[in-house]
Ligand binder design. Structure first.
Ligand SMILES: C[S@@+](CC[C@H](N)C(=O)[O-])C[C@H]1O[C@@H](n2cnc3c(N)ncnc32)[C@H](O)[C@@H]1O
Length: 713
């Protein structure tokens, strides 16, 4: 139904202005009126630094993060004539603004091609290098790029396949620790919370589609600046999922806060998807209170007589019966039947003492188990008799949870007592198998000691990175969720110094797993470094600038050092790993890593076969990231290949050759890509391939398959 507003809108003559107002009105209407309400800022504009300037493309000034968008009208040598088409915030020009626009000129080098939201962009991956020490294990993938676009590209390769997302996003501290649409967000920015929320929401929605809906987990670390808003956002993005928050001590020394308590902990949000949730893992004593009842390292015997609520005879008359104890053992000679209502004294049994569930205050209580259950469990050795005729006998039992610890092999049975009860070895070991509480206070999670210092003093000497996580904190956090998944895929799209790859490598070493980490990070320099570089006359994209970016200067060298056991200078890394798995850091890990950069292919200029090389790593990734990449669609003589297979996957370039393609399939391959625009041809070929294969259609114009940046999810 048309509202008054719609009618008024129709009176706006200028078409673009009318459309702009209408779209804003629609957005306002779509707003939530309760829950987490925030401004859904325009998505960040995509900069395409490698795209050549052509007449007709949209550009912005390279060094001006607040640049309006221009259309290129002509290019003569290095001089470009431009016309302004959009304001810096992405809005269309008003009629007045449009009337005032005059064409301007600039230098090619000062401009960068851009795509506004909704204009398709074509991602590719460029291979940057490898570390190969893991034989045929799947490679860890480390991608340099804007995570929003990488997450979009991963929709093709990993939809529903990720077991665990672990992220440590910018905390929005107000200290220029992150950028929105290429601009640092500081505490003078009135929209800093809504910008952060809009930024996170877009990425979380994409991450959600990557997570296995049946059984997976999303883990987000955060501090006091945004934890309240993040909690609400997670509830909204993942309705129906369990969201839990852990408080974790990361700085035992605590950072002083003016007029407030020192800050010593941060928070970990855990979103359980499907059946996902923490598993019991081996933990050292620090994790659990030494006085705690549950994790003492011993098996726990409980009293058979019920205490607390519903503990009176009348609450369960069937559980009021005599246990006849032969005092010479003592052993249980017989388990009687429930006494009739009103009967207080049981029949006697020669030579035995009849024990009833009488409470300390002399009133009639009840046993926890019925006579038949007690008899059955007596046979299993789960009932113990202690005490004496003079002091009285006490009946103790092993309840189901404790008994399971024995059947699972956590405790060894070394014999039986004269009363038939099991003798269980107390594992007074340094570790216990447990799910801990939600307050983590373990020294290994100290971010200074096992994050910053490990990085700067040991792995990549002299290189500083702000706030890396403790390696052991990431390892421990992830372990709860992938302990029983030796092939888990773990994604971190705020990768920073690469701690997550390192942590997954450690987990694999501990149990021979083949887990794969996918890590994404940008190549930003810090705000201070950017100022210093600008002062030297350098701009983004210059080799000296890019070399100091996080990916180039920190992530790639750190991951390489961790896996090879050598520092960037080639020296063996000093020291030993600690805690769960102690060994020399110089040993490195038997793991593979492939480094990539996200590229944006230009659909107008890229030849089809070159386009294939650009997207080839995405196909390899979809097939599990194992073995070689089928990187070319042309053979050595420059002819289109009919098809290609590796151990992991195959690509059929020429559908006419499907018979030999099908015939030459490798048994170990998991995926087949068929290049055809025809749905019928595709369906025909797919039906010839075994149902166990993931058969995927690619358009002949490869880029079409991968287009991103279309619009809201
Ligand atoms: C808090 S740090 C993560 C630190 C990491 N957990 C570690 O242990 O080193 C967040 C990282 O996300 C990266 N980042 C922020 N925004 C990004 C974006 N839009 N795309 C890709 N990476 C981004 C930053 O460069 C920064 O390195």
């Amino acid at each position: 139904m048309r509202s008054e507003l719609d009618v008024l809108l129709d009176k706006v003559d200028e078409q673009t202005l009318r459309a702009d107002i209408r779209s804003q009105v629609e957005r306002l209407r779509a707003k939530r009126t309760f829950g987490l309400v925030f401004e859904s800022h325009l998505p960040e504009r995509v900069r395409l630094p490698e795209h050549p300037l052509r007449v007709g493309v949209k550009v912005a000034y390279r060094d001006n993060t607040d640049s309006p968008a221009f259309e290129v009208l002509s290019i003569t040598g290095e001089v470009v004539t431009l016309r302004k088409v959009r304001n810096p915030d992405g809005s269309s020009l008003s009629a007045t603004q449009a009337a005032e626009v005059t064409d301007e000129t600039s230098q090619v080098a000062a401009l960068v091609v851009i795509a506004d939201f909704g204009e398709p962009v074509f991602p590719g991956l460029r291979h940057l290098g490898s570390v190969e020490r893991g034989g045929n294990k799947p490679a860890h993938i480390v991608i340099k790029g804007e995570n929003h676009h990488v997450l979009e590209a991963l929709q093709f390769t990993h939809a529903g396949k990720i077991d665990c997302v672990y992220i440590d996003p910018p905390y929005n501290s107000g200290a220029r620790d992150w950028k929105y649409d290429n601009n640092y967000v500081d505490d003078t920015d009135a929209y800093r919370h809504s910008k952060w929320l809009a930024f996170m929401e877009r990425r979380l929605l994409l991450a959600k589609r990557l997570l296995n809906p049946a059984d997976s987990v999303l883990i987000v670390t955060i501090d006091e600046k945004e934890y309240l808003r993040l909690g609400l956002l997670l509830e909204q993005v993942f309705p129906g999922c369990k969201v839990q928050m852990v408080s974790t001590l990361i700085n035992p020394a605590s950072v002083a806060r003016a007029g407030a308590f020192g800050r010593s902990d941060e928070y970990i949000f855990i979103v359980s998807i499907g059946t996902g949730g923490p598993q019991r893992v081996r933990l050292n004593r620090e994790w659990v209170s030494a006085k705690g009842r549950t994790h003492t390292g011993n098996i726990r015997w409980d009293l058979l007589r019920r205490s607390g609520e519903s503990a009176a005879r009348k609450d369960s008359p069937g559980c009021f019966y005599a246990i006849y104890v032969d005092p010479t053992g003592p052993t249980i000679a017989k388990v009687g039947e429930a006494l009739a209502e009103g009967q207080a004294v049981p029949d006697s049994l020669k030579g035995c003492v009849a024990v009833l569930p009488i409470r300390k205050d002399g009133t009639e209580g009840r046993w926890q188990w019925t006579p038949s259950t007690l008899r059955r469990r007596l046979e299993q050795g789960r009932v113990r008799i202690t005490g004496s005729k003079t002091k009285g006998f006490v009946v103790s039992i092993l309840k189901d949870g404790e008994f399971r610890k024995i059947t699972r092999g956590e405790f060894q049975v070394t014999g039986t007592n004269p009363d038939g009860s099991l003798i269980v070895d107390d594992v007074e070991t340094a570790t216990v198998l447990a799910i801990p509480g939600s307050q983590w206070r373990t020294s290994s999670h100290d971010a200074t000691q096992y994050g910053s210092r490990m990085l700067t003093d040991t792995l990549i000497p002299g290189r500083k990175f702000p706030f890396p996580k403790s390696l052991y904190a990431v390892e421990d956090t992830i372990r709860f969720f992938v302990n029983d998944k030796p092939d888990a895929v773990v994604l971190d799209f705020f990768g920073g110094s690469g701690t997550t790859v390192h942590a997954v490598a450690r987990l694999n070493r501990q149990d021979g797993g083949r887990r794969q980490a996918i890590l994404v990070t940008n190549n930003e320099v810090s705000a201070a470094e950017a100022d210093a570089l600008r002062a030297k006359g350098l701009r983004r994209g210059a080799p000296q600038w890019e070399a100091l970016g996080i990916f180039e200067y920190i992530t790639r060298p750190r991951v390489t050092a961790a896996i090879t056991g050598r520092t960037p200078g080639g020296d063996p890394i000093k020291g030993d790993y600690k805690f769960t798995d102690v060994f020399p850091m110089a040993e490195g890990f038997e793991e593979n890593v492939e480094f990539f950069e996200l590229t944006y292919l230009d659909a107008e200029v890229v030849e089809l076969d070159i386009a294939f090389s650009g997207v080839a790593p995405l196909l390899w990734l979809r097939a599990g990231g194992r073995g070689p990449i089928i990187g070319e669609s042309l053979d050595a003589a420059g002819r289109r290949k009919p098809y290609a297979w590796t151990e992991a996957y195959g690509v059929l370039f020429n559908p006419d050759r499907w018979r030999t393609f099908v015939g030459n399939r490798r048994e170990s391959a998991s995926t087949a890509f068929v290049v055809t625009d025809s749905q019928t041809t595709f369906a025909g070929i797919a039906s010839e391939l075994p149902g166990t294969l993931d058969v995927v259609r690619l358009y002949e114009n490869y880029l079409t398959t991968f287009a991103i940046n279309w619009g809201y999810l």
